[in-house]
Ligand binder design. Structure first.
Ligand SMILES: Cc1ncc(C[n+]2csc(CCOP(=O)(O)OP(=O)(O)O)c2C)c(N)n1
Ligand SMILES: [Mg+2]
Length: 346
């Protein structure tokens, strides 16, 4: 059994991710995302065809740009990151808030980034998909599906080369698991025995495409054997199960025994981006809601006499206060000066 303080820290991080993302819903407005006009009905010319097809990406909320919520997936990021130190590295996808906060990055700076403020993790230029914090080993989210996976190999190679015991984690989705970058990265990491954890969060959908339509095998984890590395599928709603599997993988990586593929079976309770895109049936949602990782972990803590309702409520209230402070911090922060963009010039 883990120490009480470690377990409560894990709960605090899960609650922080959940309440952060719940709060975000008040600050962006993506109704426009789903309003797809029919080009056949409206386009008068080929030029117009280009402009009236598809999605309206313009957010009408305080937060600009796309926002992908990971509500329901908190046990994966916390179960894995609870093994990591500040100098271990993670890379993430377009759905990166949970990983960022689980790695210990500042709530204030994360929210400021989403609101485009100069005090944000990427100086206000990146937004939701580009949270970056070298101090805490968060090497960024990535809007290119699968683009982040090879990036995990760089710090892993550096660690091996320098003889440190640092590990690198690539978080990615079931959709990204089918990208060429994923296969190339696993092949090279296994060949060079790099200290990498490949953590596939299989939330059953890539945008609106059900995983079973794109995966020829039931478990992404099975693919590990093709690269000569261990692969393990785990219940991604159970933070202790994720913690255990990730612990073995981190130990192996630190000992120089190479990478591991972990597939966490999980579910996002919200739509792909912003409001629900309607592809998840109410029945399916209800079924997964019963396996909400937060109450599941609280039940575990209660059963093992670690904490009870009073502590859970206290953590919740304290975290709500953290969110109020973060909103105030972001609102009080200036937008970046356009002249600052000069520093990105070659
Ligand atoms: C290379 C590339 N192809 C397509 C997209 C559009 N896109 C954005 S997110 C997404 C789905 C990704 O699904 P998955 O990897 O399962 O991650 P999840 O959204 O479920 O967390 C797609 C297709 C993109 N951003 N990049
Ligand atoms: Mg997915």
């Amino acid at each position: 059994m883990l120490e009480r303080e470690t377990l409560l820290q894990m709960l605090r991080r899960m609650v922080r991710i959940r309440l952060f993302e719940e709060r975000l819903k008040e600050y962006y407005d993506y109704r426009g995302y789903c309003e797809v006009s029919d080009p056949d009905d409206e386009a008068q010319s080929s030029d117009e065809l280009l402009t009236c097809v598809g999605y309206d990406f313009v957010s009408r909320g305080v937060i600009g740009g796309a926002v992908h919520l990971s509500i329901g997936q908190e046990a994966v990021s916390v179960g894995v990151c609870s093994h990591l130190n500040d100098d271990d590295h993670i890379v993430s996808s377009h759905r990166s808030h949970g990983h960022t906060l689980a790695k210990g990055c500042s709530v204030d700076k994360a929210l400021a980034e989403l609101m485009g403020r100069a005090t944000g993790l990427s100086g206000g230029y990146g937004g939701s998909m580009h949270l970056f914090d070298a101090e805490h080993g968060m090497l960024g989210g990535n809007g290119i599906v699968g683009g982040q996976i090879p990036l995990a190999l760089g710090p892993a190679f550096a660690a091996r080369y320098r003889g440190t015991s640092q590990v690198s984690v690539a978080f990615f989705g079931d959709g990204a698991a089918n990208q060429g970058t994923c296969h190339e990265s696993m092949n090279l990491a296994a060949l060079w025995k790099l200290p990498v954890l490949f953590v596939c969060e299989n939330n059953l959908y890539a945008n609106t495409t059900p995983a079973q339509l794109s995966l020829p095998v039931p478990d992404v984890a099975e693919r590990a054997h093709g690269y000569g590395m261990p692969g393990e599928a785990v219940d991604g709603q159970d933070v202790m199960a994720v913690y255990e599997v990730a612990g073995e993988a981190v130990d192996r990586a630190r000992a120089g025994d190479g990478p591991t593929l972990i597939e966490a079976k999980t579910y996002r309770f919200e739509g792909h981006c912003g409001v629900s895109s309607g592809h998840q049936s109410p029945e399916e949602c209800r079924c997964w809601q019963q396996r909400d990782p937060l109450p599941l972990f609280e039940a575990y803590l209660q059963e093992n006499s670690i904490a009870g309702a009073a502590e859970f409520e206290q953590i919740r209230q304290e975290t709500l206060g953290e969110m109020d402070d973060a909103v105030q911090f972001a609102i009080d922060s200036p937008f970046p000066e356009p002249a600052e963009l000069d520093r990105f010039e070659a």
